[in-house]
Design a protein around this ligand. Structure first.
Ligand SMILES: Nc1ncnc2c1ncn2[C@@H]1O[C@H](COP(=O)(O)OP(=O)(O)OP(=O)(O)O)[C@@H](O)[C@H]1O
Ligand SMILES: [Mg+2]
Length: 278
């Protein structure tokens, strides 16, 4: 299927991944988030079917698959955003920091501080740029220098230079691509460990999307990034690991990204990636 792959062994694709993502000499990754025997239902309808997966720390992991296969549902299990959906029922474990996030003593608000989220449609609050980024800090009673942290977060989100003279103007006055970077700054300001992104560039033009892609690459130096995307090229470009979900909420293949895109084990995965279905 691919003219970029030569006949190499599976071992070499790992090395390729490391090189392609631009990071040198990275240590082997520990697991940041793991799902074990995860099943999710909306009423009687099953959206995730017995998923077990270990997601590495400080890497970019892409979740791909056709519409309705459960990618967003899976993402929302990780920081318990599904708690907000009344008909949603979760069985199985999602481990983070050595603990099941569904244990009774886990505070979902505290969890979401550690596991931030960015959505498809940029959703800044109708507040100033500064207050958008400071929002999570204020909730957590941050005792450091808020302005300094706002600046750091805007820099990390590659937005600071564009907005540094207008921190008091509304976040809603920014362009779509700037708004999305503002949302990323807001997500990383409380210094989370994991950033979940659900199709973060699908509402953006290619230039803005490419800025976010560059940013994601940088973020993975410090954070674990888990990103849902419908854009195969994007998944291939920016992720280290790719998980392919197919209809019925099943995880059908999960491997190093080059392996998935050049030589997947499953015919169904190859068909999906090459556009034969989905
Ligand atoms: N709030 C909800 N209430 C009831 N059913 C839901 C809800 N959210 C999702 N579902 C159902 O769960 C299944 C998985 O949906 P989900 O949104 O996770 O898929 P997805 O892979 O993210 O799709 P897309 O690529 O279109 O965003 C679908 O059948 C969907 O109809
Ligand atoms: Mg979705």
């Amino acid at each position: 299927m691919s003219n970029t792959s030569s006949d190499t062994t599976g071992d070499e694709s790992l090395i390729t991944t490391e090189v392609e993502t631009g990071s040198t000499q990275r240590t082997p990754a520990r697991t940041a988030v793991a799902a074990r025997d995860l099943n999710v239902y909306y009423g009687d309808e099953q959206a995730i079917d017995d998923v077990t997966i270990e997601i590495p720390e400080k890497r970019v992991t892409a979740l791909i698959g056709p519409s309705g296969c459960g990618k967003s549902t899976f993402l929302r299990c990780i920081n318990r955003m599904n708690d907000m959906i009344e008909v949603c029922r979760v069985e199985g474990d999602v481990e983070f920091g050595g603990k099941n996030v569904y244990d009774d003593d886990v505070d979902p608000v505290a969890l979401r501080r550690k596991i931030g989220m960015v959505f498809q449609k940029p959703n800044p609050f109708p507040k100033s740029i500064r207050d958008n980024v400071a929002y999570g800090l204020k909730i957590q009673g941050y005792d450091g220098d808020v302005d300094e942290r706002v600046e750091e977060s805007l820099k990390a989100a590659a937005l600071y230079e564009e907005v540094k003279d207008q921190l008091d103007s509304s976040g809603l006055d920014l362009s779509g691509g700037q708004q999305q970077r503002l949302c990323i700054a807001r997500a990383i300001a409380p210094d989370p460990e994991v950033v979940l992104m659900d199709e973060p560039t699908s509402a953006l033009d290619p230039v803005a999307a490419s800025k976010i892609e560059d940013l994601i690459d940088d973020l993975a130096e410090q954070y674990t990034v888990i990103i849902v995307t419908h854009n195969m090229q994007q998944a291939a470009r920016i992720s280290d690991r790719t998980a392919v979900f197919l209809t019925g909420g099943r995880l059908v293949e999960y491997d190093d990204t080059p392996k998935i895109f050049e030589d997947p084990e499953e015919q169904r995965v190859e068909d999906y990636i090459t556009g034969k279905f989905g």
